[in-house]
Design a protein around this ligand. Structure first.
Ligand code: HEM
Ligand SMILES: *[C@@H]1O[C@H](CO)[C@@H](O)[C@H](O)[C@H]1NC(C)=O
Ligand SMILES: *[C@@H]1O[C@H](CO)[C@@H](O)[C@H](O)[C@H]1NC(C)=O
Length: 317
């Protein structure tokens, strides 16, 4: 009997587990068929008015997926005693939440209570890449929104000072490989970094050296002029690559020249596997795009938290 019960359990889990968690490109086919184009319209409109929107949406999706899975926990507001993720320390570059609000409003008009905020964010991140001249892909959907968002959990995000073993660990905890790490770091082809995120490399780098010796010297000087020691200019910083609104493989080319912004970018050159991938993506935009799409789908399929479909992306139901 016990053996039969075990077999039953195994069969049942095998049969149901994938159905519960599997995302599907056609998930809203019958319930909200125009979801992709409605989200794309919101992202497009916002980007016309503000070129920093695509970078913001891509980073927002990454933060969402790395904490409690892609469950829109990054979108929730602090309430009462609870300080939400968006009010935690590494929130400095998070902005453009209104773009998700606008898409949600438009969707609630045509298919109320159907599309999760987590799916909207996954779609918006894809649109952000495509609108910036990057690849496009079909986004699997069917995520549920979570009910928990805690500022203290932003500690689970990788820090820009991380070395390769720390990066590898944060990624592998989410079943992401070294190839995913290198491909997704290519997200740093878009957007901006504040001085505080890379000052470790240009001031008091080590007891012996003020500047990270792996930085190209003239590039280091330009970073130091933007971010003098004890910088007081609130929004001082620099773009993450030479073409901050264009999704291309320049990030990898610059990285090989000692012109990356974060220690975590530079760290990709300190392991043979990741270094070889950096060289491959620097040489071939096609290889980069192919790998980026594959890894984005993997990252955006991390779902372990969601329970519901919110009406307003900033508040649980
Ligand atoms: C590998 C570990 C990663 C670390 C340590 C890291 C760290 C950071 C930091 C510190 C910033 C700048 C914040 C600021 O100073 O304003 C940043 C910006 C950004 N990151 Fe990452 N990141 C990582 C991975 C990713 C991934 C996987 C993506 C997406 C695929 C991504 C996309 C972005 C984008 C687009 C920006 C610019 C945001 C903006 O301009 O609004 N990052 N990242
Ligand atoms: C970031 O967090 C600080 C407090 O830690 C908060 O005052 C600020 O509004 C937050 N910024 C965003 C964009 O949520
Ligand atoms: C990375 O940093 C951690 C923590 O500081 C340290 O224990 C580890 O040895 C470092 N690994 C490498 C490869 O530098």
């Amino acid at each position: 009997m016990a053996a039969i019960a075990t077999v039953m359990v195994v069969i049942t889990t095998m049969h149901f587990a994938p159905l519960v968690s599997a995302l599907n490109v056609n998930y809203y086919e019958n319930t909200c068929p125009h979801v992709d184009s409605i989200v794309a319209t919101s992202v497009h409109h916002a980007t016309m008015n503000d070129k920093t929107v695509p970078a913001a949406l891509l980073r927002m999706h990454f933060h969402d997926c790395f904490i409690r899975g892609c469950d829109a926990s990054v979108l929730l507001e602090s309430e009462g005693e609870n300080k939400a993720e968006k009010d935690g320390p590494p929130n400095i570059s998070l902005h453009a939440f209104y773009v998700i609000d606008n898409a949600k409003k438009a969707l609630e008009e045509v298919c109320p209570g159907v599309v999760s905020c987590a799916d909207i964010l996954a779609l918006a991140a894809r649109d952000a890449v495509t609108l910036s001249g990057g690849p496009t892909w079909d986004v699997p959907k069917g995520r549920k929104d979570g009910r928990i968002s805690k500022a203290t959990e932003t500690r689970q995000l990788p820090a820009p000072t991380f070395n390769i073993s720390q990066l590898q660990q944060t990624f592998s905890q989410r079943s992401l490989s070294l190839e995913d790490l290198v491909a997704l770091s290519g997200g740093h082809t878009l957007g901006f970094a504040h001085c505080s995120s890379f000052e470790n490399r240009i001031h008091k780098f080590s007891p012996k050296q003020d500047i990270d010796p792996s930085l190209n010297p003239s590039f280091a000087s330009s970073l130091r002029s933007i971010c003098p020691f004890d910088n007081k200019v609130r929004n001082a910083g620099t773009s993450l690559d030479s073409s901050a609104t264009l999704f291309d493989n320049a990030y990898y080319k610059l990285l090989l020249q000692g012109k990356s912004i974060f220690s975590s970018d530079q760290a990709l050159l300190t392991h043979p596997t990741t270094k070889a991938l950096v060289s491959k993506f620097a040489c071939s935009p096609q290889e980069f795009e192919r790998a980026f799409v594959k890894s984005m789908i993997k990252m955006s399929s991390i779902t372990d938290g969601g329970q519901e479909i919110r009406h307003d992306c900033r508040f649980v139901r």
